[in-house]
Design a binder for this molecule. Sequence first.
Ligand SMILES: *Cc1c(COP(=O)(O)O)cnc(C)c1O
Length: 402
Amino acid sequence: MITSTASVLPAPTARIEAFLAAESPETPFLVVDLDVVRDRYLRLEAALPNTELFYAVKANPAPEILELLVGHGCRFDVASPGEIDMALTAGADPSQLSYGNTMKKHRDIAYAIDRGVRYFSFDAAEELDKIIDVVATRRASVEPAEVVAFCRILCDGAGSDWPLSRKFGCDVDQAVELLVRASEAGLGLGVCFHVGSQQRNPHAWDAALEVVAEQLCAPLAAAGHRLDALNIGGGFPGSYINDVPTPEEYGSVILAAVRKFFGDEPPRLIAEPGRYLVADAGVIQTEVVLVARKSIHDQHRWVYLDIGLFGGLAECLGEAIKYPIATPYVATSPTGPVVLAGPTCDSADVLYEEHQYRLPMALVAGDRIELLSTGAYTTTYSAVAFNGFPPLASYYLPLSAD
Ligand SMILES: *Cc1c(COP(=O)(O)O)cnc(C)c1O
Protein backbone atom coordinates (compact mmCIF):
# COMPACT_ATOMS: atom_id res chain seq x y z
CA MET A 1 0.00 0.00 0.00
CA ILE A 2 1.10 3.58 -0.62
CA THR A 3 0.56 6.53 1.72
CA SER A 4 -0.05 9.63 -0.38
CA THR A 5 -2.68 12.29 -0.98
CA ALA A 6 -1.71 12.89 -4.60
CA SER A 7 -4.42 11.91 -7.06
CA VAL A 8 -1.88 10.12 -9.23
CA LEU A 9 0.10 7.89 -6.92
CA PRO A 10 3.81 7.72 -7.61
CA ALA A 11 4.95 4.12 -7.90
CA PRO A 12 8.33 2.45 -8.36
CA THR A 13 9.02 1.72 -12.04
CA ALA A 14 8.76 -1.88 -13.26
CA ARG A 15 12.56 -1.95 -13.50
CA ILE A 16 12.91 -0.86 -9.87
CA GLU A 17 10.26 -3.39 -8.80
CA ALA A 18 12.23 -6.09 -10.61
CA PHE A 19 15.48 -4.99 -8.95
CA LEU A 20 13.85 -5.04 -5.50
CA ALA A 21 12.39 -8.48 -6.15
CA ALA A 22 15.57 -10.00 -7.59
CA GLU A 23 18.27 -8.39 -5.44
CA SER A 24 18.05 -7.88 -1.78
CA PRO A 25 20.89 -5.56 -0.89
CA GLU A 26 21.29 -4.62 2.71
CA THR A 27 19.09 -1.64 3.61
CA PRO A 28 19.01 1.29 3.51
CA PHE A 29 19.81 1.94 -0.12
CA LEU A 30 18.70 4.10 -3.03
CA VAL A 31 17.98 2.58 -6.41
CA VAL A 32 17.70 4.91 -9.42
CA ASP A 33 16.15 4.08 -12.78
CA LEU A 34 18.24 5.96 -15.36
CA ASP A 35 15.47 5.63 -17.96
CA VAL A 36 13.42 8.00 -15.82
CA VAL A 37 16.26 10.52 -15.63
CA ARG A 38 16.56 10.47 -19.41
CA ASP A 39 12.79 10.82 -19.89
CA ARG A 40 12.65 13.74 -17.47
CA TYR A 41 15.50 15.50 -19.20
CA LEU A 42 13.91 15.14 -22.64
CA ARG A 43 10.52 16.24 -21.33
CA LEU A 44 11.85 19.36 -19.61
CA GLU A 45 14.00 20.21 -22.62
CA ALA A 46 10.88 20.08 -24.81
CA ALA A 47 8.85 22.08 -22.27
CA LEU A 48 11.46 24.86 -22.13
CA PRO A 49 12.46 25.46 -25.76
CA ASN A 50 15.37 27.86 -26.35
CA THR A 51 16.46 27.39 -22.76
CA GLU A 52 19.84 25.87 -21.91
CA LEU A 53 19.54 23.31 -19.13
CA PHE A 54 22.25 23.19 -16.48
CA TYR A 55 21.72 20.22 -14.14
CA ALA A 56 22.37 21.17 -10.50
CA VAL A 57 24.92 18.48 -9.66
CA LYS A 58 24.23 18.60 -5.91
CA ALA A 59 20.82 16.96 -6.44
CA ASN A 60 22.56 13.67 -7.27
CA PRO A 61 26.14 13.64 -8.57
CA ALA A 62 26.35 9.92 -9.41
CA PRO A 63 28.68 9.45 -12.41
CA GLU A 64 25.98 7.35 -14.10
CA ILE A 65 23.62 10.34 -14.02
CA LEU A 66 26.20 12.92 -15.08
CA GLU A 67 27.39 10.77 -18.00
CA LEU A 68 23.85 10.16 -19.20
CA LEU A 69 23.13 13.89 -19.12
CA VAL A 70 26.42 14.78 -20.85
CA GLY A 71 25.34 12.42 -23.63
CA HIS A 72 22.17 14.44 -24.11
CA GLY A 73 23.95 17.78 -24.26
CA CYS A 74 23.02 18.86 -20.74
CA ARG A 75 25.21 21.44 -19.01
CA PHE A 76 25.93 21.64 -15.31
CA ASP A 77 25.54 23.91 -12.32
CA VAL A 78 28.44 23.24 -9.95
CA ALA A 79 29.20 24.56 -6.48
CA SER A 80 32.78 23.55 -5.67
CA PRO A 81 36.04 22.29 -7.19
CA GLY A 82 34.82 18.80 -6.28
CA GLU A 83 31.68 19.18 -8.38
CA ILE A 84 33.70 20.72 -11.23
CA ASP A 85 35.91 17.63 -11.21
CA MET A 86 32.90 15.29 -11.17
CA ALA A 87 31.33 17.05 -14.15
CA LEU A 88 34.61 17.09 -16.11
CA THR A 89 35.27 13.43 -15.33
CA ALA A 90 31.82 12.63 -16.72
CA GLY A 91 32.87 14.33 -19.97
CA ALA A 92 31.32 17.78 -19.57
CA ASP A 93 32.80 20.70 -21.52
CA PRO A 94 34.17 23.17 -18.93
CA SER A 95 32.77 26.12 -20.86
CA GLN A 96 29.33 24.59 -20.25
CA LEU A 97 29.68 24.66 -16.47
CA SER A 98 28.20 27.37 -14.28
CA TYR A 99 29.87 27.94 -10.93
CA GLY A 100 26.60 28.93 -9.29
CA ASN A 101 27.65 29.03 -5.65
CA THR A 102 27.73 32.66 -4.48
CA MET A 103 30.35 31.85 -1.80
CA LYS A 104 33.62 30.81 -3.40
CA LYS A 105 37.18 31.02 -2.16
CA HIS A 106 39.48 33.12 -4.34
CA ARG A 107 41.62 30.04 -5.04
CA ASP A 108 38.54 28.01 -6.03
CA ILE A 109 37.55 30.65 -8.59
CA ALA A 110 41.11 30.43 -9.93
CA TYR A 111 40.84 26.64 -10.06
CA ALA A 112 37.63 26.94 -12.08
CA ILE A 113 39.02 29.55 -14.49
CA ASP A 114 42.13 27.44 -15.07
CA ARG A 115 39.96 24.48 -15.97
CA GLY A 116 37.94 26.52 -18.46
CA VAL A 117 34.84 27.40 -16.43
CA ARG A 118 33.44 30.74 -17.61
CA TYR A 119 30.14 31.33 -15.76
CA PHE A 120 30.24 32.57 -12.18
CA SER A 121 27.53 33.73 -9.78
CA PHE A 122 27.92 36.36 -7.08
CA ASP A 123 25.68 38.49 -4.90
CA ALA A 124 28.17 40.71 -3.07
CA ALA A 125 30.83 43.27 -3.97
CA GLU A 126 33.62 41.28 -2.36
CA GLU A 127 32.70 38.17 -4.37
CA LEU A 128 32.60 40.12 -7.64
CA ASP A 129 36.00 41.57 -6.81
CA LYS A 130 37.42 38.06 -6.45
CA ILE A 131 36.12 37.14 -9.90
CA ILE A 132 37.44 40.35 -11.49
CA ASP A 133 40.78 39.83 -9.77
CA VAL A 134 41.20 36.23 -10.89
CA VAL A 135 40.33 37.15 -14.47
CA ALA A 136 42.77 40.08 -14.37
CA THR A 137 45.60 37.81 -13.25
CA ARG A 138 44.91 35.51 -16.20
CA ARG A 139 44.84 38.07 -18.99
CA ALA A 140 47.22 35.92 -21.01
CA SER A 141 44.76 33.03 -21.23
CA VAL A 142 41.27 34.47 -20.63
CA GLU A 143 39.46 37.35 -22.29
CA PRO A 144 37.27 39.09 -19.68
CA ALA A 145 34.38 39.13 -22.17
CA GLU A 146 34.39 35.29 -22.23
CA VAL A 147 33.51 35.30 -18.55
CA VAL A 148 29.90 35.91 -17.60
CA ALA A 149 29.27 37.22 -14.09
CA PHE A 150 25.75 36.37 -12.90
CA CYS A 151 24.38 38.53 -10.13
CA ARG A 152 21.92 36.60 -8.01
CA ILE A 153 18.91 38.53 -6.83
CA LEU A 154 16.88 37.81 -3.72
CA CYS A 155 13.73 35.72 -4.03
CA ASP A 156 11.45 34.99 -1.09
CA GLY A 157 10.79 31.38 -2.07
CA ALA A 158 7.04 31.73 -1.51
CA GLY A 159 5.18 28.70 -2.81
CA SER A 160 8.16 26.38 -2.44
CA ASP A 161 8.62 23.57 0.06
CA TRP A 162 12.38 24.11 0.40
CA PRO A 163 12.97 27.88 0.05
CA LEU A 164 16.46 29.06 -0.87
CA SER A 165 15.76 32.56 0.37
CA ARG A 166 17.64 35.14 2.49
CA LYS A 167 21.01 33.42 2.35
CA PHE A 168 21.35 33.99 -1.40
CA GLY A 169 20.99 37.06 -3.54
CA CYS A 170 20.96 40.81 -3.15
CA ASP A 171 18.34 43.44 -3.89
CA VAL A 172 18.01 44.80 -7.42
CA ASP A 173 19.54 48.19 -6.68
CA GLN A 174 22.71 46.52 -5.46
CA ALA A 175 22.56 44.15 -8.43
CA VAL A 176 22.48 47.06 -10.89
CA GLU A 177 25.44 48.69 -9.20
CA LEU A 178 27.47 45.47 -9.15
CA LEU A 179 26.64 44.59 -12.74
CA VAL A 180 27.78 48.02 -13.91
CA ARG A 181 31.04 47.32 -12.11
CA ALA A 182 31.30 43.88 -13.77
CA SER A 183 30.64 45.49 -17.14
CA GLU A 184 33.31 48.11 -16.56
CA ALA A 185 35.73 45.26 -15.83
CA GLY A 186 34.89 43.89 -19.27
CA LEU A 187 32.90 40.85 -18.07
CA GLY A 188 29.72 39.55 -19.70
CA LEU A 189 26.61 40.19 -17.62
CA GLY A 190 24.06 37.74 -16.30
CA VAL A 191 21.32 37.66 -13.72
CA CYS A 192 20.22 34.61 -11.80
CA PHE A 193 17.64 33.78 -9.19
CA HIS A 194 16.04 30.71 -7.64
CA VAL A 195 12.35 30.75 -6.76
CA GLY A 196 12.79 28.02 -4.13
CA SER A 197 13.15 24.27 -4.48
CA GLN A 198 10.04 22.12 -4.94
CA GLN A 199 8.28 25.25 -6.17
CA ARG A 200 4.68 24.17 -6.63
CA ASN A 201 3.51 27.39 -8.30
CA PRO A 202 4.60 27.96 -11.92
CA HIS A 203 3.68 31.64 -11.51
CA ALA A 204 6.41 32.02 -8.89
CA TRP A 205 8.74 33.10 -11.73
CA ASP A 206 6.47 35.97 -12.84
CA ALA A 207 7.42 38.47 -10.14
CA ALA A 208 11.15 37.77 -10.41
CA LEU A 209 11.10 38.14 -14.20
CA GLU A 210 9.18 41.40 -13.92
CA VAL A 211 11.66 42.80 -11.39
CA VAL A 212 14.62 41.77 -13.55
CA ALA A 213 13.12 43.32 -16.68
CA GLU A 214 11.90 46.56 -15.16
CA GLN A 215 14.18 47.31 -12.26
CA LEU A 216 17.39 45.76 -13.53
CA CYS A 217 17.56 45.49 -17.31
CA ALA A 218 15.96 48.89 -17.87
CA PRO A 219 18.39 50.91 -15.71
CA LEU A 220 21.30 48.85 -17.05
CA ALA A 221 20.25 49.55 -20.63
CA ALA A 222 19.84 53.23 -19.82
CA ALA A 223 23.45 53.23 -18.64
CA GLY A 224 24.55 51.47 -21.81
CA HIS A 225 24.97 47.93 -20.48
CA ARG A 226 23.31 44.85 -21.87
CA LEU A 227 22.36 41.65 -20.10
CA ASP A 228 23.84 38.62 -21.89
CA ALA A 229 22.12 35.83 -20.01
CA LEU A 230 19.18 35.26 -17.72
CA ASN A 231 19.32 32.25 -15.42
CA ILE A 232 15.87 31.33 -14.06
CA GLY A 233 17.28 28.72 -11.64
CA GLY A 234 15.66 25.47 -10.59
CA GLY A 235 12.58 24.71 -8.52
CA PHE A 236 10.83 22.27 -10.86
CA PRO A 237 9.16 19.75 -8.56
CA GLY A 238 9.35 16.06 -7.83
CA SER A 239 6.19 14.01 -7.18
CA TYR A 240 5.75 13.68 -3.44
CA ILE A 241 2.50 13.40 -1.50
CA ASN A 242 0.91 16.46 -3.13
CA ASP A 243 -0.04 16.91 -6.77
CA VAL A 244 2.21 19.22 -8.75
CA PRO A 245 1.77 20.88 -12.17
CA THR A 246 3.36 19.25 -15.22
CA PRO A 247 6.63 20.47 -16.75
CA GLU A 248 4.60 21.65 -19.75
CA GLU A 249 2.62 23.95 -17.44
CA TYR A 250 5.84 25.35 -15.99
CA GLY A 251 7.26 25.85 -19.46
CA SER A 252 4.27 27.66 -20.90
CA VAL A 253 3.74 29.91 -17.85
CA ILE A 254 7.42 30.84 -17.55
CA LEU A 255 7.99 31.43 -21.25
CA ALA A 256 4.83 33.55 -21.41
CA ALA A 257 6.23 35.70 -18.60
CA VAL A 258 9.58 35.96 -20.40
CA ARG A 259 7.77 37.16 -23.54
CA LYS A 260 5.63 39.57 -21.56
CA PHE A 261 8.53 41.23 -19.77
CA PHE A 262 11.38 40.86 -22.29
CA GLY A 263 9.59 40.94 -25.63
CA ASP A 264 10.68 38.89 -28.63
CA GLU A 265 14.41 39.17 -28.05
CA PRO A 266 15.08 38.11 -24.46
CA PRO A 267 18.61 37.48 -23.18
CA ARG A 268 19.95 33.90 -23.47
CA LEU A 269 17.83 31.78 -21.17
CA ILE A 270 19.28 29.28 -18.73
CA ALA A 271 17.49 26.98 -16.28
CA GLU A 272 19.07 24.83 -13.58
CA PRO A 273 16.86 21.86 -12.80
CA GLY A 274 18.06 19.59 -10.02
CA ARG A 275 15.23 17.84 -8.23
CA TYR A 276 12.92 17.43 -11.24
CA LEU A 277 15.44 15.39 -13.24
CA VAL A 278 16.25 12.83 -10.55
CA ALA A 279 13.72 12.80 -7.70
CA ASP A 280 11.12 10.49 -9.22
CA ALA A 281 13.78 8.21 -10.66
CA GLY A 282 14.79 6.94 -7.23
CA VAL A 283 13.39 4.73 -4.50
CA ILE A 284 14.91 4.19 -1.06
CA GLN A 285 14.28 0.85 0.55
CA THR A 286 14.54 0.89 4.32
CA GLU A 287 13.94 -1.64 7.06
CA VAL A 288 11.73 -1.12 10.07
CA VAL A 289 13.99 -1.45 13.12
CA LEU A 290 11.36 -1.06 15.81
CA VAL A 291 7.66 -0.37 16.23
CA ALA A 292 6.97 1.02 19.70
CA ARG A 293 4.45 2.83 21.87
CA LYS A 294 5.49 5.21 24.62
CA SER A 295 2.56 4.23 26.81
CA ILE A 296 -0.43 1.91 26.70
CA HIS A 297 -2.59 5.00 26.11
CA ASP A 298 -0.65 6.11 23.05
CA GLN A 299 -2.83 6.64 20.00
CA HIS A 300 0.10 6.43 17.64
CA ARG A 301 3.07 4.15 17.23
CA TRP A 302 6.66 5.21 16.83
CA VAL A 303 8.17 3.55 13.78
CA TYR A 304 11.96 3.64 13.70
CA LEU A 305 13.56 3.09 10.30
CA ASP A 306 17.16 2.25 9.45
CA ILE A 307 17.45 5.62 7.64
CA GLY A 308 16.83 9.06 9.09
CA LEU A 309 17.80 12.72 8.84
CA PHE A 310 21.50 11.88 8.94
CA GLY A 311 21.31 8.93 6.56
CA GLY A 312 20.14 11.00 3.60
CA LEU A 313 16.70 12.30 4.56
CA ALA A 314 17.78 15.81 5.53
CA GLU A 315 14.92 17.25 3.51
CA CYS A 316 12.58 15.90 6.20
CA LEU A 317 13.89 18.78 8.36
CA GLY A 318 10.84 20.78 9.32
CA GLU A 319 8.91 18.05 7.44
CA ALA A 320 9.53 20.11 4.30
CA ILE A 321 9.55 17.26 1.82
CA LYS A 322 7.01 14.49 2.35
CA TYR A 323 7.89 11.32 0.52
CA PRO A 324 5.18 8.84 -0.45
CA ILE A 325 5.69 5.58 1.46
CA ALA A 326 4.96 2.07 0.20
CA THR A 327 4.68 -0.98 2.44
CA PRO A 328 4.42 -4.69 1.63
CA TYR A 329 0.87 -4.82 3.04
CA VAL A 330 -2.24 -4.81 0.83
CA ALA A 331 -4.14 -1.55 0.44
CA THR A 332 -7.12 -2.86 2.45
CA SER A 333 -5.11 -3.69 5.57
CA PRO A 334 -6.05 -1.55 8.60
CA THR A 335 -3.77 1.41 9.26
CA GLY A 336 -3.06 3.76 12.13
CA PRO A 337 -1.13 6.98 12.70
CA VAL A 338 2.64 6.81 13.25
CA VAL A 339 5.57 9.00 14.12
CA LEU A 340 8.44 8.12 11.80
CA ALA A 341 11.98 8.40 13.12
CA GLY A 342 15.53 7.53 12.16
CA PRO A 343 17.90 5.09 13.86
CA THR A 344 20.44 7.46 15.45
CA CYS A 345 20.87 8.51 19.08
CA ASP A 346 19.84 12.09 18.36
CA SER A 347 16.39 13.32 19.26
CA ALA A 348 16.44 15.63 16.22
CA ASP A 349 16.36 12.47 14.10
CA VAL A 350 12.57 12.42 13.71
CA LEU A 351 11.23 12.43 10.15
CA TYR A 352 7.49 13.02 10.43
CA GLU A 353 5.50 13.78 13.54
CA GLU A 354 3.38 16.86 12.67
CA HIS A 355 2.24 15.26 9.44
CA GLN A 356 0.66 12.01 10.48
CA TYR A 357 1.43 9.24 8.09
CA ARG A 358 -0.81 6.20 8.49
CA LEU A 359 0.89 2.83 8.18
CA PRO A 360 -0.46 -0.72 8.50
CA MET A 361 -1.21 -1.90 12.04
CA ALA A 362 0.51 -5.15 11.11
CA LEU A 363 3.88 -3.42 10.52
CA VAL A 364 6.70 -5.08 12.49
CA ALA A 365 10.47 -4.88 12.85
CA GLY A 366 12.15 -6.44 9.84
CA ASP A 367 9.55 -5.25 7.30
CA ARG A 368 11.06 -3.47 4.32
CA ILE A 369 9.29 -0.34 3.17
CA GLU A 370 9.97 2.04 0.30
CA LEU A 371 10.30 5.81 0.34
CA LEU A 372 9.33 6.94 -3.15
CA SER A 373 10.65 9.84 -5.24
CA THR A 374 13.89 9.89 -3.28
CA GLY A 375 16.38 10.23 -6.14
CA ALA A 376 17.19 13.89 -5.33
CA TYR A 377 19.05 15.30 -2.36
CA THR A 378 19.48 12.00 -0.50
CA THR A 379 22.87 10.41 -1.21
CA THR A 380 24.48 13.86 -1.03
CA TYR A 381 22.93 14.65 2.34
CA SER A 382 23.97 11.39 3.94
CA ALA A 383 26.45 11.76 6.82
CA VAL A 384 29.74 9.89 6.61
CA ALA A 385 29.31 7.72 9.67
CA PHE A 386 27.17 9.36 12.34
CA ASN A 387 26.73 6.78 15.09
CA GLY A 388 28.66 4.36 12.90
CA PHE A 389 25.95 4.09 10.26
CA PRO A 390 27.49 3.94 6.78
CA PRO A 391 26.60 6.51 4.10
CA LEU A 392 23.58 5.73 1.95
CA ALA A 393 24.40 3.06 -0.64
CA SER A 394 23.06 3.56 -4.16
CA TYR A 395 22.47 1.49 -7.28
CA TYR A 396 21.86 2.79 -10.81
CA LEU A 397 19.85 0.73 -13.30
CA PRO A 398 21.48 1.29 -16.70
CA LEU A 399 19.51 2.77 -19.60
CA SER A 400 17.44 0.15 -21.33
CA ALA A 401 18.32 -0.18 -25.01
CA ASP A 402 15.54 1.18 -27.17
C1 LIG B 1 20.23 23.64 -5.79
C2 LIG B 1 20.28 24.61 -6.90
C3 LIG B 1 19.53 24.39 -8.05
C4 LIG B 1 18.58 23.22 -8.22
O1 LIG B 1 17.36 23.47 -7.60
P1 LIG B 1 16.14 22.43 -7.72
O2 LIG B 1 15.11 23.06 -6.88
O3 LIG B 1 16.61 21.13 -7.23
O4 LIG B 1 15.75 22.39 -9.15
C5 LIG B 1 19.66 25.28 -9.08
N1 LIG B 1 20.48 26.36 -8.99
C6 LIG B 1 21.21 26.60 -7.89
C7 LIG B 1 22.11 27.78 -7.86
C8 LIG B 1 21.12 25.74 -6.81
O5 LIG B 1 21.85 25.99 -5.71
